[in-house]
Design a protein around this ligand. Sequence first.
Ligand SMILES: Cc1cc2nc3c(=O)[nH]c(=O)nc-3n(C[C@H](O)[C@H](O)[C@H](O)COP(=O)(O)OP(=O)(O)OC[C@H]3O[C@@H](n4cnc5c(N)ncnc54)[C@H](O)[C@@H]3O)c2cc1C
Length: 428
Amino acid sequence: MSAFDSPAASWYRDSVAVALGDFPPLEGEARADVCVIGGGVTGCSAALELAERGYSVVLLEAGEIGYGASGRSGGQILPGLGTDMATVEKALGRSAARDIWAMSREAVRLTAERVERHAIPCDLAWGYLHAAVKPRHVRELEAFRERMARDYDYPGLTMLHGEALRERVVTDAYPAALHERDAGHLHPLNYTLGLARAARDAGVAIHENSAATAIRRGQPARVDTARGRVTADFVVLGTNAFQAGLVPELSGRVMRAANYMIATEPLSPEQAARVLPRNDALSDANFVLDYYRLSGDRRLIYGGEVSYDGREPPGLETRMDAKIARLFPVLEGVRIEYRWGGDVAITLDRAPDFGRLGANLYYAQGYSGHGMALAGLAGRLMAEAIAGQSERFDAFAAMPHRRFPGGPWLRTPLLVLATHFYKLRDRL
Ligand SMILES: Cc1cc2nc3c(=O)[nH]c(=O)nc-3n(C[C@H](O)[C@H](O)[C@H](O)COP(=O)(O)OP(=O)(O)OC[C@H]3O[C@@H](n4cnc5c(N)ncnc54)[C@H](O)[C@@H]3O)c2cc1C
């Protein structure tokens, strides 16, 4: 077994600061206004928001809270979507795209508000760098900055070069970077557990080790688990990369992709100051991107690489270690203490996929590696829609989504091919 394989082990699991105790599996019959499926940020946020509005809620999680991407991610809290706003403009027009952008900024604020209101110990910090790796990226990032200021009234981006850049990331790897003030990072598992704690305290009945095995649609709907059943007026699906088979209509709208993470041993204050002196998070501008940040105890938390077929890419460990060594020679000899992987759901155009099936089944999925903040907002928008105010949810749901081509057997090979193409392009 490779170091990345252990299903629930990560530095995050070893640094849990939100004590929740176990939530017992569902046994027997339960009745609720809403059954939420999935205990990641989408599900916990929806459950919390619904309970705060007075709904009775049962939340079913197949493993444990934060078992999915939310408990394993890079922890970057970013406005925007997994795709450029130009994709949204093309599909829905400038005005709708501006509304969606504004809501993505609300997603970031919502994250910060919840961290504060529910006193979630997750080391939330502000500041983010989009780093150019090659000259073409510098031009693209500058064009992006101009467009966001002009068309989206977004003044939060500053282009940094030379010394100004080295004050934030101490490496020669990047010719320039955009600094974003209103984006940041946190400990994703503690944040997710904190949302679950707030949901529980608001009255949500949470059941871990309670995979939904079937949904019988109708009004009310019925959700089965191995040893129980929930009857509910509404169902919210927050299963992201893992929903395979539960709702056949959704198959092919997202693909599952694995991403990999590393945590070093804690750096000394001097070492940390020679990596990310201002404690920003960073992602590079490649299509298959690398991203990193410092944890609350000054570990370098580094993520990257991708696999679409469930198999760990050959040479993954060596390649990731070599990248860190190239970026920060000052870290020579620093031990890597943890390696883990996680699954994201991507859509064909990397815009998130929100929707409603029938009158009472809501879903939000396919954040395409950009869901730590947005999934929180998705939960809020689904709760709003269930409460009868669906305009904001519908604005996202209007985004058209094509299925991945190729049918169940060819989808993965086609995606692997496409990624090879983009990886090649990253090298040019
Ligand atoms: C390695 C990695 C790095 C990432 N880095 C970032 C980042 O830095 N910034 C960012 O914005 N995004 C990042 N992402 C993406 C982000 O984590 C996700 O977009 C977000 O967490 C999605 O939340 P979710 O609740 O929809 O899904 P998940 O967190 O995946 O939760 C889905 C949950 O549903 C449960 N489930 C599935 N099927 C069932 C069932 N049948 N019954 C009951 N429960 C079920 C699963 O067990 C799981 O806990 C990263 C993802 C990964 C994997």
